[in-house]
Design a protein around this ligand. Structure first.
Ligand SMILES: NC(=O)c1ccc[n+]([C@@H]2O[C@H](COP(=O)([O-])OP(=O)(O)OC[C@H]3O[C@@H](n4cnc5c(N)ncnc54)[C@H](OP(=O)(O)O)[C@@H]3O)[C@@H](O)[C@H]2O)c1
Length: 305
């Protein structure tokens, strides 16, 4: 029997799209609280990962996406999120290594302190927030195993689906509902399209790569700058669109529990040059999003008062 790719956390935002791309012939996707067609239940806090892997395998690679992924929730509740983000991830990695399964762990740009920006894989992490500390803990754990592994650092992942749940869809919903939007001018990042992340993971896996990789988009932008690009392109597409209720601020004016790093943009040259993948620019993602809308604006909202 040929070995499949295991997607731990397959029911999440990235996992569902990765599973759809690979198909059930090549992959097994796990869920925790949110089953979906074809997914398999896995709770690493109550199940022995070794037994679970032996029962559901054999697997060549385990792509580890599971976790408590809301940065502020991790800041507010380290005791509630460390068990999944640290202890459960470690136990799954240990079980994978015991069974000869190559672990691919998804870390984050918030392992960096945000003082420098344009971070490449050689720059040392120095996380300011608990979510980043949890990710860095696993990075150090993986390095200490000395076993082959792949570590991918992701920035904010987004897409061009107006019906979806990512950044542009949230902004579009807020514009339609005329609800206020605040975005930070000093929060600099390298947003990356989910399809590019998925191709990146698959290409790195299929080509047998290990080590640390930054899978960021090609352009560093502020959150406010990305919003302004989005609003300007919407206005071009539909001059009758009302002005969004948008104000700018600093990221640390938004009332988070911990101070957030400012410039966590990633240098992803290594990934791009090695795989030949050309991740899409924010302009292209915004244009693709707008192309999928039914404009003019009023036709989406019905008759507004
Ligand atoms: N999306 C981004 O912008 C981004 C950026 C940087 C890094 N990352 C990293 O990439 C990975 C995937 O991100 P994502 O956006 O796809 O995350 P997500 O949508 O929040 O999905 C999280 C996954 O973890 C599972 N999970 C949560 N708690 C669990 C528990 N106690 N036991 C077992 N499974 C549990 C969820 O299962 P159920 O839903 O079934 O409960 C879901 O499958 C994460 O590790 C995240 O930190 C993502």
């Amino acid at each position: 029997m040929s070995k499949k790719i295991l997607i731990v956390g397959g029911s999440g935002y990235i996992g569902r799209q990765l599973f759809a791309r690979l198909g059930h012939e090549r992959a097994v996707a796990t869920h925790h609280a949110h089953p979906f067609p074809g997914s398999v239940a896995f709770d690493p806090l109550t199940t022995h990962p070794e037994e679970w892997l032996a029962a559901h395998g054999p697997f060549s690679t385990a792509i580890l996406l599971m976790g408590a992924t809301r940065v502020d929730a991790c800041s507010k509740d380290p005791a509630g999120t460390d068990p999944i983000n640290i202890h459960a991830v470690q136990s799954v990695i240990r079980a994978c290594l015991q069974q000869g399964i190559h672990p691919l762990f998804t870390s984050s740009d918030v392992v960096f302190d945000g003082h420098k920006g344009h971070y490449d894989e050689s720059n040392p992490p120095a996380p300011l927030v608990q979510y980043g500390r949890q990710k860095h803990h696993i990075e150090q754990f993986l390095h200490a195993t000395d076993a082959p592994h792949t570590l991918i650092r992701l920035p904010k992942v987004y897409d061009s689906d107006p019906q979806g749940s990512s950044l542009l869809a949230h902004w579009w919903q807020a514009i339609q509902r005329r609800t206020p939007i605040r975005s930070a001018t000093d929060r600099i990042f390298s947003p990356v399209r989910v399809e590019d992340v998925i191709e990146g993971m698959i290409t790195l896996t299929q080509s047998g790569q290990s080590g640390t990789w930054h899978l960021g988009g090609p352009v560093a932008v502020s959150m406010a700058g990305l919003f302004e690009l989005f609003a300007a392109r919407l206005r071009e597409a539909d001059p009758a669109m009302p002005d969004p209720d948008h104000t700018t601020c600093g990221i640390n004016d938004l009332g988070f529990q911990e101070r957030w790093p400012l410039d966590i943009s990633l240098n992803s040259d290594r990934w791009i040059q090695t795989t030949g993948i050309a991740p899409q620019t924010p302009d292209a993602v915004v244009d693709a999003f707008i192309a999928r809308l039914r404009l003019p604006f009023e036709s989406q909202c019905g008759k507004s008062a």
